[in-house]
Write a protein that binds this ligand. Structure first.
Ligand code: FVH
Length: 296
């Protein structure tokens, strides 16, 4: 039996990302079959040499490696439920963004139909695909990852995070949580200085080196969290970290303090529970407890 991917690849979903993935394969000379719910989106790829079968069943049986890059978890089921029975013995690499549990559900569903499942989380935008800046995280079937690695490496630096199909998604969404929270904080700061006419561009020039330097603190906080001792010397205490003045300054400038108020609320929970003298990293305990009342 042939190795999945060695004779070609089928790409399902030709939105911005799916099209970028298919173009990278075509540019590398991989026989590539494409399918999209709205067929017109396949025309440009057909002109570049992609095969465009008349129906989905033809697409998923054209090759033993099927890549899905659809909108969300529901669209994966909506697309593949009717044809999964024809995919027995194939490998499914799902690059659609899902939650970890949705990825695990898809892995179990695929296994019930004799399909090997590898989940992927794309840490890149479509123009980055095929460049050194692109990264894709994978988890699930190690056999599929190893077998189709030459295909995966056409798109990005490929990292395998283990057999748990949900892990790639978990890393992805955890990193995006950090990113979005940081961007919200930046925009809040921009609104604060914007209240006196300073442009966001001017603020970005000032904030970028400062915030970049602050990321060096991740490793220190991580060591404290992993050590589990929030009293170790050298930490900024939660009492010292009171952000009430930032919240007040924001309100004085007529700016919604929501991002920084959320951090202040987390600090307040730990201080109310008697941990004010301990380090800022103790916020981790509030977050992992998961509920406002569950402060340890
Ligand atoms: N674009 C990006 O920068 C991000 C980077 C990180 C990873 N994401 C995820 O990649 C998935 C696809 O993203 P996309 O950018 O290609 O998304 P769209 O351009 O909106 O295309 C969506 C495709 O999904 C098809 N589709 C939607 N619903 C269904 C359905 N119910 N059944 C079948 N196909 C469906 C849609 O088809 P059509 O509207 O053209 O008929 C597109 O092919 C996504 O998970 C991102 O989170 C990208």
């Amino acid at each position: 039996m042939t190795t999945p991917g060695s004779t070609g690849v089928t790409v399902l979903g030709l939105g911005a990302m799916g099209s970028a993935l298919a173009v990278a394969l075509l540019d590398a000379g991989h026989p590539t079959t494409v399918w999209n719910r709205t067929p017109a989106r396949a025309a440009a790829l057909s002109a570049r040499g992609a095969t465009t079968p008349s129906d989905l069943a033809g697409a998923v049986t054209a090759h033993r490696l099927v890549v899905a890059c659809l909108l969300d978890h529901a669209s994966v089921h909506e697309t593949l439920d009717p044809v999964i029975g024809a995919m027995r013995g194939s490998a499914l690499v799902n690059l659609t963004t899902t939650t970890p549990n949705e990825a695990r559900e898809l892995a179990e569903w695929a296994a019930r139909h004799g399909v090997d499942y590898l989940d992927g989380a794309i840490m890149a935008t479509p123009p980055m695909i095929g460049t050194a800046e692109a990264s894709i995280l994978y988890s699930g079937s190690a056999e599929v990852f190893d077998a189709v690695r030459p295909v995966l490496d056409r798109w990005a630096t490929s990292t395998y995070d283990g057999a748990d199909s949900g892990l790639a998604s978990l890393y992805d969404l955890a990193m995006l949580s950090g990113m979005y929270t940081m961007f919200a904080g930046f925009l809040h700061g921009a609104a604060m200085v914007g209240s006196v006419g300073i442009t966001a561009t001017e603020f970005a020039a000032r904030a970028t080196p400062f915030l970049s330097a602050m990321t060096a603190g991740f490793a220190h906080d991580a060591a404290v969290v992993d050590g589990g001792d929030y009293t170790v010397p050298g930490q900024q205490s939660l009492d010292f970290s009171d952000l009430g003045h930032i919240v007040r300054a924001s309100e004085e400038q007529g700016v919604d303090p929501a991002p920084v108020a959320a951090v202040q609320e987390l600090i307040g929970r730990q201080r109310a529970a008697g941990h004010g003298a301990e380090g800022f990293a103790r916020l981790y305990e509030s977050l992992r407890a998961g509920r406002a009342e569950a402060v340890r």
